[in-house]
Write a protein that binds this ligand. Structure first.
Ligand code: ADP
Length: 162
């Protein structure tokens, strides 16, 4: 059984994330899409909201499950029988940071990191851009699922009303 983790903030999950998770699901027996629960870094969405959107976005992928982790990713890997981390590279600017983290994770634990190249269709796409566009009422229908679009609308309406 080859189980891998696709870790991230997923604030919120985009078509770019779904592309990588789907491609990983074709390569490996099981993919755990794991949301980082970082108390020092509060996102737009809560962890339960991120998990809900991730679940809805990957419901058609039988070998994908959704989870959360705090602390070190390598500890999550060890506890869940995961030997490989899958990350993606969108641009050269991703590379420096990702290489450093991958080397540190390997040194800490022997867990391997595999890089997948982002689909060029989504290489410009990030959760932060989606948040920015949605906040200003822009059209994000080509960037996230209709379900996530609805959650973004609710969130910004909730904030405007607060
Ligand atoms: P993090 O803060 O850990 O980078 P993200 O949610 O931004 O969390 O990203 C999680 C993973 O998804 C990373 O490997 C990232 O490179 C990948 N990813 C994010 N956006 C895209 C995209 N548009 N296309 C492909 N991969 C992406």
């Amino acid at each position: 059984m080859r189980r891998v983790v696709c870790p991230g903030s997923f604030d919120p999950v985009t078509f770019g994330h779904i592309d990588i998770i789907g491609r990983a699901a074709k390569q490996y027996d099981e993919v755990v899409a794991a949301v980082l629960n970082n108390v020092n870094k509060r996102g737009l969405f809560t962890v339960p909201e991120k998990l809900d959107m991730l679940r809805a976005s990957t419901a058609d992928l039988d070998n994908v499950r959704v989870s959360e982790f705090d602390g070190l990713l390598v500890d999550f890997c060890r506890a869940n029988g995961i030997e490989t981390i899958v990350r993606s590279l969108r641009s050269v600017s991703d590379f420096d940071y990702e290489l450093q983290i991958a080397q540190m994770n390997f040194r800490l634990s022997g867990v391997e990191t595999v890089f997948m190249t982002a689909n060029p269709q989504y290489s410009f796409l990030s959760s932060s851009l989606v948040r920015e566009i949605a906040q200003h009422g822009g059209d994000v229908s080509s960037l996230v699922t209709p379900y996530v679009q609805g959650r973004l609308r609710d969130k910004y309406e909730e904030r405007a009303g607060a």
